[in-house]
Design a protein around this ligand. Structure first.
Ligand code: ADP
Ligand code: F6P
Length: 457
């Protein structure tokens, strides 16, 4: 690669404990490739074009500040109260306000000016996630003709759901300013192509790219992954014991940001239903680690309250003096402890109603003891389910199905656990984070000619 790699995402890591699929994956990818990572500082400030250097090893981190209004209207508002529910099939939670979209466009325009100032002609620019859909539009407007790639970490929305937006046609238009649109799954690519098929401005090229006005954009899936070997090594560190002296015996693990898309209430209900029907003497725990996220948004406050109530009900109904069925921890834990928890668990429950990929599923598989692996129960609506067909796939809307799958997992014979684990591990290895980023960058470096982006607008 001749130039540097410049990565832009809303969130950048500030400390060692990172949660959220995007930050974890990019931290691993940039750790290998080096480059510059530009993102929003967690503290607010003034709307200028200054950036703060946060650290320079093994990659540079530059942070801009959002104002309090931008944090409310761009991040909590347009990104997380419009685009997030829209892409996760929760149109009922979308909150439309004109100031949200105005702030979203203004932040994208300002970040584009910052990037345009930093970028040199040979640099590759890689933009991440729904916070920055229009960033390439703004960069092209400033005359930036570098190759610009975009990766969407969350599900691509269904065509019909886009009508929720005030100007749905801008979604296709903004994305067409990138040279490459990367999506998590083949299903996401199909939905993206459906959007362009329905758009009279788009033309299809023989290689599957789309031509939109005079610009050519490639659309491909790049399933995101983890640092498989690193995670497995952390999981094997026997000196780390996250439970101290409070080992729970057999347990099922859940690890998620406390987001309504993760199906946590149904997970707890499914576990409770299992407890009603479990074999005599079985006293497994559900260890749920769910750090708070986006707590200023009403829908997140509601899910937090709902989950606390359900956890209380389940423990109230089933707990004994020496057994707490649900251990619910409402904070982030260090990665090495997380890896150890996965390894000690008999099963992992992923119940997302919609999920771009779900890295937790991959982490759990990588962390297992290959001679005595636990069982992955995986929602068929998580992106990971497209390739991990040997996980025990579940319907997160169906409490009985979750309960039955928990029973199946906890009683699964070793031979079947081994077979399923080997198949899942093969997928995790073949789609690890290094492959994800090198594949994306290889395609970005070779797709189309960037000349068609010069002199635009
Ligand atoms: P999302 O991107 O929607 O948050 P993913 O499952 O793809 O979902 O990624 C979540 C990432 O955040 C994983 O790497 C996971 O290990 C990490 N994570 C989630 N919860 C915690 C937690 N409580 N402590 C530490 N890391 C966490
Ligand atoms: O992976 C999806 C994602 O939205 C990422 O963009 C983000 O890093 C993560 O979930 C956590 O969300 P937030 O940055 O809003 O805390």
């Amino acid at each position: 690669m001749a130039g540097r790699l410049i990565v832009i995402s809303n969130r950048i890591p500030m400390e060692k404990t990172v949660s959220g699929g995007l930050v974890v994956a990019l931290h691993d990818a940039l750790g290998c490739a080096g480059g510059i990572w530009i993102g929003a500082h967690p503290e607010t400030g003034v709307a200028d074009e200054a950036v703060e250097e946060l650290g320079s090893s093994p990659y540079r981190r530059l942070a801009f500040r959002l104002t309090e209004d931008e944090q409310a209207n761009y991040y909590l508002g347009y990104a997380n109260s419009v685009l997030w529910p829209l892409c996760h099939r929760r149109g009922d939670l979308v909150e439309m306000r004109s100031e949200y979209e105005a702030a979203y466009r203004a932040v994208n325009a300002r970040v584009a000016r910052i990037v345009a100032r930093i970028a040199e002609p040979d640099d590759l620019i890689w933009v991440h996630d729904y916070h920055f859909l229009p960033l390439a539009t703004e960069l092209r407007r400033l005359g930036v003709s570098n190759r610009i790639g975009f990766f969407l970490h969350i599900p691509f929305p269904a065509l019909g759901d886009l009508s929720v937006l005030s100007q749905p046609e801008r979604f296709a238009d903004d994305l067409a300013h990138y040279n490459l649109i990367g999506l998590q799954t083949r299903g996401d690519v199909a939905r993206c192509l459906e959007m362009y098929r329905a758009d009279p401005r788009a033309e299809f090229m023989p290689d599957g790219s789309i031509k939109f006005r005079d610009r050519v954009t490639a659309i491909r899936s790049f399933p995101i992954g983890i640092d498989t070997a690193g995670f497995a090594a952390d999981a094997s560190q026997e000196t780390v014991n996250p439970f101290g002296r409070e080992e729970p015996g057999r347990f099922i693990i859940g690890v998620d940001r406390l987001d309504y898309s993760k199906g946590l209430p149904n997970r707890f209900r499914g576990f409770a239903r299992y407890l009603e029907t479990r074999p005599d003497g079985a006293r497994p725990c559900l260890v749920q680690i769910a750090p708070p996220t986006r707590q200023q948004v009403r829908a997140y406050q509601d899910i937090t309250r709902e989950l606390e109530e359900i956890a209380g009900h389940v423990n109230g109904a089933f707990a004994e003096l020496n057994w707490t069925p649900v251990r619910y921890i409402h904070r982030a834990v260090p990665r090495v402890e997380l890896a150890r928890l996965y390894r000690k668990a008999s099963a992992c429950l992923v119940t997302s109603f919609a999920d771009g990929m779900n890295l937790v599923a991959k982490e759990f598989v990588a962390a297992q003891d290959p001679g005595n692996p636990g069982v992955l129960l995986l929602s068929r609506f998580a992106g990971a389910a497209e390739d991990m067909t040997e996980a025990l796939q579940i319907n997160p809307y169906d409490i009985e199905d979750i309960a039955a799958a928990i029973g199946t997992a906890l009683e699964m014979p070793l031979a079947e656990r081994l077979r399923r684990h080997e198949a899942c591990l093969d997928v995790v290895r073949k789609t690890d984070v290094a492959k994800w980023s090198t594949d994306f960058l290889r395609v970005l470096m070779t797709c189309g000619a960037s000349a068609n982006f010069r002199d635009f607008e």
